[in-house]
Ligand binder design. Structure first.
Ligand SMILES: Nc1ncnc2c1ncn2[C@@H]1O[C@H](COP(=O)(O)OP(=O)(O)OP(=O)(O)O)[C@@H](O)[C@H]1O
Length: 266
């Protein structure tokens, strides 16, 4: 069995020993001569927290999540999820993780229940039918279980994608744009649901989002990415204080436009 990665002394880990995610000097180049999509990214995300990856289009959020899931091999650097080194012990970690992304479509001709059964089988979920019924009740999917996934609205598909992401009761959840294309009411419902789920289960959540209100509400800590690098980070409150702003959207614009607090118009 592969030895778990040790946490450097002094770093917060939260409950359960190893941190949820330990990323060390991660770099990804899609081609040898290309500019890095992610460059020298390091962070330690403790257990039980929700953290946000914020950045404009092309900042490297999806690339980072794909590396954390082992879907992309980093050009340099090292990742440990839940104490497992992703280069050596990826499958042990993946059994305890899950993700949802708007870029991955569920097989459209399979019904919602069939889709969830496939994933329950892949994750070897015990009492799969019971788990599917439980998730369907929690995510208001019971009426939709027999409908083909391809015939659902965007909001319904998002709830099915969340059910898929939770089927194995993950300890670490990676969410790429969890409320993209949802109306404000459904988006709010999903955010409340995620808050409650994290509080009840102690699950660790890393979410990539363009929605500043969502990040401010859900995340204890935000990594601000620009051109593949972390240009700032901290709690939403600390970032608001640092930039002298009232909402995170303005902080985002300051960072995107390279303005420091001294340059922010009063
Ligand atoms: N498969 C790929 N091949 C080559 N370059 C890629 C590939 N995927 C992403 N990139 C490039 O890597 C950089 C980071 O892209 P990424 O998709 O990670 O950004 P993002 O922050 O998720 O953006 P968005 O908010 O638009 O989804 C961009 O310059 C993008 O063009």
């Amino acid at each position: 069995m592969t030895k778990p990665v040790l946490v450097p002394p002094g770093l917060p880990t939260g409950a359960g020993g190893a941190p949820a995610i330990l990323a060390e000097h991660l770099t990804k180049r899609y081609a040898p001569a290309a500019a890095p999509a992610v460059e020298d990214l390091s962070f330690t995300m403790p257990r039980g927290a929700t953290w946000g990856l914020l950045g404009g289009n092309g900042a490297g959020k999806t690339t980072t999540i794909a590396m954390l899931l082992g879907l992309l091999v980093p050009s340099a650097g090292r990742i440990a999820c839940l104490g497992h080194d992703m280069a050596r012990d990826r499958f042990t970690a993946l059994a305890r993780m899950n993700f949802s992304s708007p870029y991955i479509a569920l097989p459209s001709r399979l019904s919602v229940a069939e889709n969830l059964r496939v994933y329950a089988h892949l994750y070897d979920v015990p009492l799969a039918e019971k788990r599917i019924a439980e998730l369907a009740a929690q995510l208001q999917l019971t009426e939709l279980l027999d409908r083909p996934a391809g015939q659902l609205s965007a909001g319904q598909k998002t709830r099915v994608a969340l059910a898929k992401a939770l089927v194995n009761r993950p300890e670490l959840l990676l969410l790429d744009e969890p409320t993209a294309s949802l109306d404000p009411d459904t988006g709010d419902w999903v955010r409340s649901w995620l808050e409650r789920y994290r509080a009840e289960t102690g699950c660790s959540i890393l979410l990539a989002s363009h929605n500043m209100g969502e990040v401010e509400r859900l995340c204890a800590h935000v990594l601000m990415l620009k051109q593949g690098r972390v240009v700032d980070q901290g709690s939403p409150a600390a970032l608001l204080e640092k930039y002298g702003r009232d909402d995170l959207e303005d902080v985002f614009l300051d960072i995107a436009r390279g303005r420091s607090r001294a340059e922010v118009p009063a």
